[in-house]
Design a protein around this ligand. Structure first.
Ligand SMILES: [Zn+2]
Length: 183
């Protein structure tokens, strides 16, 4: 069933056993875009009554390439897979496996995106609830030094969002206040 897909040599050594294990940050192996990826394998059969031809693509997929590779391989299965007894069985098997990889991979990517969104929402709520004035006051000296070095208030304020865990508008106002005092 593995008839030398283009990615096979690259991925066999590290091919994980489950989709959850495979969930990884990094780049998509097909479009090279960085982000959440999931390991998936899609196969297709072309039945030619006496001969058969198969192809497998396997690797870390982003959401877009997951759908694209599924569509390409499964489209060929549906059109050309069934011609021959062995081909019929193989195509049935490949189709089930392709759908399984699409659905499990898609679910893993979706749940990763959902949990990332909820983490970001929690962080935003945290930033809105802290006493921004007290958090920022700890950085008063640092901010003054950076202003004296000639850094712009906007750049310093953006850094303060992470350093002090406060909303940007609070950081902007605080840095601007120090900048006015320094002027
Ligand atoms: Zn991709």
């Amino acid at each position: 069933m593995h008839a030398g897909g283009p990615r096979e040599g690259l991925t066999n050594a590290s091919a994980p056993s489950t989709f959850v294990d495979a969930m990884a940050r990094g780049s998509c192996e097909f479009c090279a875009r960085p982000g959440a990826t999931v390991h998936a394998t899609f196969s297709r059969n072309i039945g030619m009554l006496i001969m058969r031809q198969t192809e497998t693509v396997s690797g870390r997929h982003c959401a877009r390439c997951l759908v694209q590779n599924f569509g390409r391989m499964q489209g060929l299965n549906m059109l050309l897979g069934w011609w021959g007894t062995i081909s019929f069985v193989m195509t049935l098997f490949f189709s089930g496996s392709n759908v399984f990889h699409l659905v499990s991979g898609g679910a893993a990517l979706w749940s990763d995106a959902a949990s990332k969104a909820s983490r970001e929402a929690a962080l935003t709520r945290h930033r809105e609830s802290v006493d921004a004035g007290a958090e920022l006051a700890r950085f008063r000296h640092t901010i003054r030094m950076r202003l004296r070095r000639g850094e712009t208030a906007g750049v310093i304020a953006r850094d303060m969002v992470d350093a002090a865990n406060v909303p940007l508008e609070k950081a902007d106002a605080f840095v601007a206040e120090i900048a006015r005092a320094e002027a």
